[in-house]
Design a binder for this molecule. Structure first.
Ligand code: ATP
Length: 214
């Protein structure tokens, strides 16, 4: 492991304070303080429009925000923070010109990780038969499983999953629950949004967001 990566592990996974996000002058998310430590699974809940996706996008550096956010001590959007955290959106995009196998290989190489954990997760999700398929040939749920294999197989300090169960069949939901549990046992922090009880039985902490008035 590189010196940079071990330094990242020494820092708390996620610290945020006085976080707020606005669209066109309207504040849609306000969060006073939120800290997530290694080994924790956080379940972010709230009604439609409460700001769950917005929170994950702000933490990932995809959206500008007010306040302070640190991913392993680094501001979101910076190279060290991007190397420490990955967000899987509700409908994940895969690189269109790469087969599933090539995508796994590409991402493992880019993040300087071993390929076998990604392939092991692909096997657990039943993806062996589509490893040589192109993203355009896959169903929505299958594409999502590939993205989840990548995100969890890379074993980054922070993994953010936006409604990851939404497109998964019953068996794949159980595989995902187990992958989340394993990631947390290995010291990773996982933040998950869902509208359901898919995380019940796991040791989770809950963050409830309330929609702000328009
Ligand atoms: N690009 C955007 N431009 C303007 N407003 C936006 C934009 N994205 C989100 N919003 C607003 O921000 C608020 C929070 O949206 P967000 O998608 O984060 O909610 P959510 O809790 O993830 O909802 P859901 O459960 O429906 O997925 C909503 O009022 C939404 O209309």
């Amino acid at each position: 492991m590189s010196a940079v990566a071990s330094d990242l592990h020494a820092a708390p996974t996620l610290l945020s304070s006085d976080l707020s996000v606005s669209f066109h002058g309207r504040v849609v998310l306000r969060l006073l303080a939120f800290t997530a430590d290694p080994g924790e699974v956080w379940h972010v809940v709230g009604a439609n429009g409460a700001g769950k996706t917005t929170l994950l996008r702000a933490l990932s550096g995809e959206l500008a925000c007010e306040g302070q956010v640190r991913i392993c001590g680094q501001p979101p959007g910076t190279v060290p923070a991007r190397r420490a955290a990955l967000l899987v959106p509700t409908e994940a995009d895969l690189i269109p010109d790469l087969s599933v196998r090539e995508s796994l290989h590409f991402m493992a190489t880019a993040w300087e990780r071993e390929l076998p954990p990604l392939l092991d997760l692909a096997h657990a999700f039943g993806l062996d038969s589509v490893l040589d398929a192109w993203p355009g040939e896959l169903s929505r749920g299958t594409r999502q499983k590939v993205a989840l294999c990548i995100a969890l197989g890379l074993a980054l300090p922070l993994t953010m999953l936006d409604e990851p169960f939404a497109t998964l069949d019953v068996r794949s939901r159980e595989v995902l629950r187990e992958a989340i549990r394993t990631r947390a046992h290995s010291g990773g922090t996982v933040i998950v949004t869902t509208h359901g009880d898919e995380l019940s039985g796991l040791n989770v902490r809950t963050l409830t967001l309330d929609a702000l008035p328009a």
